[in-house]
Design a protein around this ligand. Structure first.
Ligand code: GRF
Length: 219
């Protein structure tokens, strides 16, 4: 994987399982100059997912890669297929935008500190699934979204940026999720986080790959 230095353009991959509104926000930000980069490839574990359709409509290479036999993670062969597609596309940064699978150590070792996730809550509160529903059930008055580097934990890793979102008295899971998604679409443009992204990717690109610490599988 290439190193990214200040002033260079990021070659981005976006992985998602859903409608792709965050991917569209990232692609639009790149096209409008708000993010110095391009979405080079979009991968999904869901055949016919909206994210693949929306990527194709924008002329972005989009591929469904079957996830294999598990429900919440990629199996070994699938993981290797994802790694191969991303390495072949020579991406600098992998963005998980609603990708509903836990990634293994092999994946993270292939892209050390080059994987970021968009999570619909103010981490470390409400990691895991349906974070907006968790927030509503708990009764917090403020939630939000987080962009963070992915490490071996579930929705852990250094935080790049957060945005707060109010919880209203008459919110349902659907209305709160929609408000959070609006904030996600702003936060996921990534351009505002370039100093941290550059710092991290520069740090890492100077490290010989083989000396990267072993990361335990999350499976
Ligand atoms: C977002 O709410 C994200 O935080 C969650 O899944 C949703 C993805 O939406 N994990 P989209 O596919 O980007 O529209």
């Amino acid at each position: 994987m290439r190193g990214v230095s200040e002033g260079k353009k990021f070659k981005l991959a976006v992985l998602g399982s859903g409608q792709g509104s965050n991917m569209v926000a990232i692609a639009e930000a790149c096209r409008a100059g708000g993010m110095p980069g391009e979405v080079a490839i979009v991968l999904s574990d869901a055949a016919g997912a909206g994210i693949l359709i929306r990527a194709t409509e924008r002329g972005i290479r989009a591929e469904f890669i079957p996830p294999g036999k598990f429900r919440t993670k990629l199996d070994k062969e699938a993981e290797q297929a994802y790694i191969a597609a991303l390495q072949q596309a020579q991406v600098d940064l992998v963005v998980l935008a609603g990708f509903m699978r836990i990634l293994h150590g092999d994946f993270l070792r292939a892209f050390p500190e080059r994987v970021v996730n968009i999570h619909p809550a103010l981490l470390p509160s409400f990691p895991g699934l349906e974070a907006w529903k968790q927030a509503l059930d708990y009764g917090v008055k403020l939630t939000g979204c987080t962009v963070h580097f992915v490490d071996q934990g579930i929705d852990t890793g250094p935080i790049l940026a957060q945005q707060t979102v109010p919880v209203l008295d008459d919110d349902t899971p659907a209305t709160l999720h929609e408000r959070i998604q609006q904030a996600e679409r702003v936060l996921s443009r990534l351009g505002a986080h370039l100093p941290q992204l550059n710092e991290k990717t520069e740090e890492k690109s100077s490290l010989p790959r083989r000396t990267a610490p072993a990361i335990q599988s999350r499976a």
